[in-house]
Design a protein around this ligand. Sequence first.
Ligand code: NIG
Ligand code: FE
Length: 439
Amino acid sequence: TFESRTTYQWNVPIPSMRLLLLNSGPVATLACGDLNSPLTGADMSDTESMVQDGDNGILIDSDIIAKISQSEELADEFGTEDNSTLRVIDCEGKAIIPGFVDSHTHLLWEGDRSNEMQLRHKGLTYSDIAKSGGGIQKTVDFTRSASIESLTKLGQRRISRAFEFGTTTMECKSGYGLTVNSELKLLEVNQFLSEQTPMSIHSTWLGAHDVPKGTNMDDYVDELINVQLPAVVEQGYAEYADVFCEPGWFSLEHTELIVKAAKKLGLASRLHVDEFVDGGGLQLATELGAISGDHVGHSSESARQSASDSGVMQTFLPGTPYILGHNLETPLRQCIENNWPFSLATDFNPNCRTLSMPFVGSLATHRLGLSPIEALVAVTRNPATTLLNSTPGQQVTGSIREGGPADLLILDSQYIDAWCQMPGDNPIYRTIKSGDIVN
Ligand code: NIG
Ligand code: FE
């Protein structure tokens, strides 16, 4: 398959500890206000405080941005040639933006569901396909029988792909095992990938993705709370709990039981809510103090307002309705007008096979009314604020500033806006993760 042909390349050794970027075009620093809080409303397009015009230079020392200054100044101080401790990149006027933070992915699963498009074409819905042996259960069958080695290889290739598209931080869910051992297997691979690749990975337990074949809902919720959750917590494998809270899958009542049990054991939650209909999921997520309500395509206006009042992020995943042929109308403009915090993510999964944040940015700008800079905030510093609790003492990512983490992208354009203007193509020239060139 295509996936088995792609190779990973992040372990290419770089010759030095310091990296000097010279002659850059504009830099979208996004470094204004409180970096621990999302930007909302008009602040999301305040280019004056968020964009620095060229001709800039950036000095990276190990994994930290040491200095941002006029290119000429840095060239005078450090030179323009590689030496034993310094590698120089001439950006030739290309724009620079922060690395993307993809805050909702189902990274690990095996199998292929490309046949489902044909079924949708015949008129079957997502739920019809699930009931007729496709959907999540089909992926579960493949994933349960996959070895740790094969899942690890898939994870490495997908991470390499994500680096190519500019993602430097990802949230990764389990959820295609649905037994204690297979869920632990997925989370263990997440953990391994987090240690063995440069990607920053935040792991989420999604045992409550579906009810496994041969079990009933009540028994499974019981197993989730009394077997899976304690085992996951004991291993220390996950930072978050997630539930697919949607009519036909997990009810509000069951979601509440699972989220409260997880909270007791120290796991915060990020929840799949209101994907196909308004089931009151975002309202519940808010009442339960979730970090984020994800999908939220059909949430009510009042639920969005309460989410915002309580500091709950709305994470939109427009790639999924795009793939399913659903109406893309997602109230991103309304979020801006009402100062509701929101993020955008890929929802990479066997049904929505994109790891490209630039593609999501294209949907947001070409179809959903955001400007490129607003969309950029929604894929960088805003989602970064939902992934804070797990990294005590670690610098928040999603912006470009002196002393901050060196997670940044050199675009293949002199314009910042290019980041989301090449659907089907890749606008990223170089991905720099923790000071290393990974693409
Ligand atoms: O976020 N909606 C629930 N889970 C995934 C899709 C799962 C699947 O179809 O495999 C999602 O879209
Ligand atoms: Fe999802």
